[in-house]
Structures are given as structure tokens and as C-alpha cells.
Design a protein around this ligand. Sequence first.
Ligand SMILES: C[S@@+](CC[C@H](N)C(=O)[O-])C[C@H]1O[C@@H](n2cnc3c(N)ncnc32)[C@H](O)[C@@H]1O
Length: 298
Amino acid sequence: MTSKSSLTCEMLLTSASTRIDSDSSRLDAELLLSHVTGLSRTRFRAWPEHEVTDVQAAAFEALVQDREAGRPVAHLLGRQEFWSLPLKVSACTLIPRPDTECLVEAALDLPLPKQACVLDLGTGTGAIALALASERPDWRITACDAVAEAVALARDNSNSLGLTVTVVQSSWFADLETGRFDLIVSNPPYIPENDHHLKEGDVRFEPASALVSGRDGLKDLQLIVDQAPGWLVEGGWLLVEHGFDQAQAVTELFRSRGFAGVETRQDYGKQDRMTLGQWYSDAPVNAPVSNRGGVDAQ
Ligand SMILES: C[S@@+](CC[C@H](N)C(=O)[O-])C[C@H]1O[C@@H](n2cnc3c(N)ncnc32)[C@H](O)[C@@H]1O
């Protein structure tokens, strides 16, 4: 039998919020306390004087210390919500980001057939593929990742959520079964190897395999744009996420490969975040570029 600690939820939350060095310190503390007590965040507001047990106080203290050391909340909880889906996460891949939901929205807006064949390259937790599967149960979705643990994690999430996605291990297109897709979507690694952001915040705890792509951050995007036409149906779409300052370079990759109707779109923070284009095998190279709220058309 555990005894009350005489520490209230509000006392713990106030103290932890001052110790955690994050823009969302109060939210982080509430999520951690919710995890150890099983109480909802709303309950902390309605019942701030609720006393936690000794065991809960000790478990919370351990989590706060880990968070003080910088470990991401998602790693401490072992899960992250994406597109309202509770996804298991681990240190083998990226923690899904809210801005990637814009990529999901863009994919859902495309004029695709009812039973579209869709490929998610570099699926990680399965975030994009599973969000699409939750909205379009008739789509036939394949997802791949080069990292075996990520493949297992995406399969685990797919099974737990009861969503049908075929997850395979492949380095981009190299080990995929031959086929053609109506849509290829990808959030690949796109951070330059010497970028100072790699030493800040949550990314310190995420693997380079999910983040870094050569000297300019474009190595993987270049390969994907280059090889995608061999895997797209006539009029098929390629939709990729990229860095806020990479729109022009990625647009140029799409154009010089011969994609049509190339567009850059923005994320929730109004940053250029994704580029898409359509593949026609007879398209002239350097087809005209359109742009909706992104970089200037050239
Ligand atoms: C930026 S993370 C994106 C994860 C997930 N799609 C998301 O949006 O949360 C990039 C993913 O690409 C995977 N990856 C890196 N190199 C790869 C390659 N050569 N082939 C396939 N996947 C790769 C990483 O393991 C990682 O899971």
C-alpha cells in the first residue's frame, strides 16, 4: 500500500515547470505527471490540491530529471500523437512533428483514384502512411524504411491501430518490389551535416539516419526526385517535405527532372515546407513552375 506524499499536483507542476528548460515547460510537466498518475491534464486544473502518492512523486521526479537532461517528452512517454493517432515512438527514428500533418493534408487533397497506390518513403514510426490509411481505407499503401528497428516500429503501430499498411525494409527504392504508384510521399532526412540545430533540443536524441543528408541536406531528396519517375504512373504525384530554406533548391530538382506543375506549400508556421509535382513521361525538362504561398516562381 503506497502512502500520500503530502505533495500536491500543483506543487509538483510548479516546481517542475521552473526546472525544465523548454518553451513548453508547463505542458511537458503536465504530460509527465499525467503519465505517472493516470490523471488527465484537465484534472490538474480542476483539482490542483490532489495529493500524489510517494511512489508517484518518485516516478515523476525521475522523469523530470530526464527531461531536465534534455530527453524528449515523447521518448519518456514512449508515444506521440500524430493526426490524432497514438503512435509508439523510439530512439531509432524521428518523433513525428505536427508540421508533417500539412504533408498529410496535401496528400489527401490530391485528385487520386479511389483505390490509389501510395508509397511512403522513410516511414519511421509509420506516421504519414498510417494517417493516410486512417483517412483512405481503400488506398493500397506501402511504406519503407532503411532501418530495421523503424520497420518493426511502423509494423507495430500499424497492428496496434488496426490500419492496413505494407511495411518493408528498403533503402529508398532499392529493395522495393517492382510497381507503379499514384502518389509517392516522403519526409526524408534533410538537415545539412554541420547544421547547428543538430546540437539543440529534441534532435540531439534522434538518430542521424533520420535527420542528416550530406553536406547540403539535399542528398536524399535529390536521389528520391531523380528515381521517383521510374515508380510513378503517368500523371502520378511526388510530394516531399524539406527544410524551410530548401524550397528553391528542391523546386529546381523537380523542374530539372521534368516534373510538371511544381508547387511549394507552407506549414502551420508559414514556412516553405513541402514541394510537389506531377510526372508525365513526355514532359519537357524545365516545365513551368507554379507556387502557392512559397518561393517565387522562376
Ligand atoms: C525525417 S525521418 C521521417 C520519419 C516519418 N516519415 C515522419 O515523418 O515522422 C526520415 C526517415 O527516413 C529513414 N531513412 C533514412 N535513410 C533512408 C534510406 N536510405 N531509405 C529509406 N529510409 C531511410 C529514416 O530511418 C527515418 O525513419
